[in-house]
Design a protein around this ligand. Structure first.
Ligand SMILES: [Zn+2]
Length: 258
């Protein structure tokens, strides 16, 4: 329902009225009968609905009635494009699933087109469920970045680092070069951050990990890695080197706020 325009009203693009609003800030908990006022891409006001009616008018007013309006959800770990593999060899132990099913499937199907299509599907699912930001670790992160921009999502994308070749790269130095170039290409886009994604302690050796540490510091880029996912990963590391994976990462200097 549109407010009646008056000289006293300020103009906004969108007003969302809800029975409750739980804002990120101020940390007051849920506010009853409030309205959120949006101009362009910015929230410009948050106030009780009767006051919003006095102060603001907008091109679009959404009345959510007896709903709780919350901030966008953040998915802190995705391989978004992999939803094209959804259900493939499900319910298997991690290493069996990876080595006998997923890595061969990726070897056969992986391409920029796969990542583009899979991430578009994932973006639609994320938006439908209220997710507005995701931290993704997968091949061709610049393709994922373009899809995130197109979908209006925020993304932190961790460019993969592995000891072995994949359809994306020939080996560690190639992956490090690709990650560095991607970070450079997206440095000025506020909705996309590129970081380094060394896959796991058992797929990346010390040399490349030391280079990740150096480059991440130079570029002020974040690092994401799978660590201690299974008991088997820890047992194998202890048998091979006498150290648990996290101890090894600590000695390499990789356990830091970044
Ligand atoms: Zn993962």
């Amino acid at each position: 329902m549109q407010n009646q325009p008056s000289p006293d009203h300020q103009h906004a693009d969108l007003i969302i009225k809800a029975g409750w609003i739980a804002p990120v800030a101020p940390e007051t908990g849920a506010l009853a009968d409030h309205a959120l006022v949006v101009r362009g891409d910015t929230i410009v006001d948050l106030l009780p609905t009767p006051l919003a009616d006095q102060k603001w008018r907008a091109d679009e007013v959404v009345e959510l009635g007896n709903h709780l309006l919350i901030p966008g959800l953040v998915n802190a770990h995705t391989h978004a494009a992999m939803n094209l593999f959804r259900g493939l060899a499900d319910d298997l132990p991690l290493m069996t699933w990876l080595e006998q099913h997923i890595w061969p499937a990726e070897g056969q199907w992986m391409s920029e087109a796969f990542v583009r299509d899979g991430t578009r599907l994932a973006a639609a699912e994320m938006i439908r469920s209220g997710t507005t930001c995701f931290a993704d670790m997968y091949f061709f992160p610049e393709t994922t970045a373009r899809v995130a921009m197109e979908a209006g999502l925020r993304a932190v994308l961790f460019s993969p680092i592995l000891d072995f070749p994949t359809p994306m790269g020939a080996g560690p130095d190639d992956y490090l070069r690709l990650a560095t170039e991607a970070a450079d290409n997206w440095r000025h886009e506020p909705r996309v951050t590129i970081g380094f994604g060394p896959h796991a302690p058992y797929t990346v050796s010390d040399g490349p990990l030391e280079k990740v540490l150096t480059l991440a510091e130079e570029l002020d880029a974040p690092v994401m890695m799978h660590v201690h996912e299974t008991a088997g990963e820890i047992h194998q590391a202890v048998e091979a080197s006498g150290e648990r994976p996290l101890t090894r990462l600590k000695q390499l200097g990789l356990l830091n706020p970044r």
